[in-house]
Design a binder for this molecule. Structure first.
Ligand code: NAD
Ligand code: ZN
Ligand code: ZN
Length: 345
């Protein structure tokens, strides 16, 4: 079968023919219908040797939807032909976090040389993907594959980040979303669907602000020197109750801290490598809270799938055949993707 494999750090992935896996034990072989291309794939491709705890080579693709094609003799809870989305964080399976469906916070994460599908283990940018157990699958019914695949990360991560803030997002509150790409445009929709908070969006691209508008944001503005002032004014003068930063550079972290209201919370999702200095006394508002949400839980994936099935959220996708992966990667690098790029094998 064809697969898009990372064979050397810092080099573009290569399209190769690999043996189609055969499921053993509790494994499930899934025929891939769509695999989303995440900005994290660029971080992985560009990583310096030794920076990530993954062994090469492996097939990329951590946002995957498809159909169960073959089952190992001990596979349980799925039937051949079932349409599914992959729950991508594959923890150790033995710790209490994994037992509770919170593989994203597996206690043994640092001792594993993989963090899940397409992140050290063979993922879904291929004709088929081997899943260790049906507990990593969530049914999608007849949801189109290009809609379902991005839910497993862009949707799930955004949903998990919003869930962490929801307690603070009552009527009359303001949430700022920085970076309205694959994750950010779903975060705007999830905020809209699950909280009464006013949503203000920030991006460096006009096209992304148009997407924020279609996604239900109340206001969008370009990232500029006075953006904190503009956002503060739009919040009614108080500042934001919460900020979701899907970029994570020093510039965006400083904007997040600068626009936050006392007692507010910043959730940093983007892996931009920026820094924010914590000091007391200092410039951070009193009561400042910060979180670093990572991916999401298995039950949250089922919830975000249900939201999509109800029509409350819709993923904007640009579809590419798997053979056009280099073009899709190039477009994502240049900030030319609207919503999510999805590869179809
Ligand atoms: P994306 O490229 O689709 O979207 C990023 C958006 O941010 C784009 O619209 C871009 O124009 C905008 N942007 C870039 N620089 C900006 C700036 N300085 N100010 C404002 N906007 C800016 O990326 P994505 O796939 O949505 O991923 C977003 C980030 O989240 C990436 O860093 C990715 O690695 C990370 N990520 C984290 C998790 C997690 O679990 N924490 C999961 C998935 C992705
Ligand atoms: Zn991702
Ligand atoms: Zn674990």
């Amino acid at each position: 079968m064809r697969a898009l494999r990372l064979t050397a750090w810092g080099e573009p992935p290569t399209q190769t023919e690999v043996e189609q896996p055969v499921p053993h034990g509790a494994e499930v072989l899934v025929r891939v219908e769509a695999a989303g291309l995440c900005h994290s794939d660029l971080h992985v491709i560009d990583a310096a040797p030794g920076a990530l705890p993954y062994r090469l080579p492996f097939t990329l693709g951590h946002e995957v939807a498809g159909r169960a094609l073959a089952l190992g003799p001990d596979a349980d809870g799925v039937a051949v032909g079932d349409r599914v989305v992959l729950y991508g964080p594959w923890g150790c399976g033995a710790c209490d976090r994994c037992a509770a469906g919170r593989d994203n916070y597996c206690d043994r994460r640092d001792t594993l040389d993989w963090h899940g599908a397409g992140l050290g283990r063979d993922g879904g940018m291929a004709e088929c993907v081997l899943v260790p157990s049906a507990r990593h699958l969530v049914p999608i019914g007849d949801l189109p594959a290009d809609q379902a695949a991005p839910l497993s990360d862009a949707g799930l991560t955004s949903y998990h980040a919003v869930a962490g803030l929801r307690h603070a997002l009552e009527e009359g509150t303001t949430t700022v979303v920085i970076g309205v790409g694959g994750l950010g445009h779903l975060a705007v929709q999830i905020l809209r669907a699950t909280t009464p908070s006013r949503v203000l969006a920030v991006d460096v691209r006009e096209e992304a602000l148009a997407l924020a508008d279609r996604s239900g944001a109340d206001f969008g503005t370009l990232m500029q020197a006075d953006t904190a002032v503009v956002l503060r004014k739009r919040s009614g003068g108080t500042g934001a109750d919460a900020v979701l930063d899907f970029v994570g550079t020093t510039q965006t972290l400083e904007l997040a801290a600068g626009v936050l209201r006392p007692g507010g919370e910043v959730a940093v999702v983007g892996s931009g490598g920026g820094r924010l200095t914590v000091s007391k006394p200092g410039v951070l508002p009193p009561g400042f809270r910060l979180s670093l949400p990572f991916w999401g839980t298995r039950s949250e994936l089922a919830e975000v799938v249900a939201l999509a099935q109800s029509g409350a959220i819709h993923v904007e996708t640009e579809q590419f055949p798997l053979s056009a992966a280099p073009e899709a990667i190039g477009r994502l690098r240049r900030g030319r993707v609207r919503g999510r790029a999805v590869l179809v094998p």
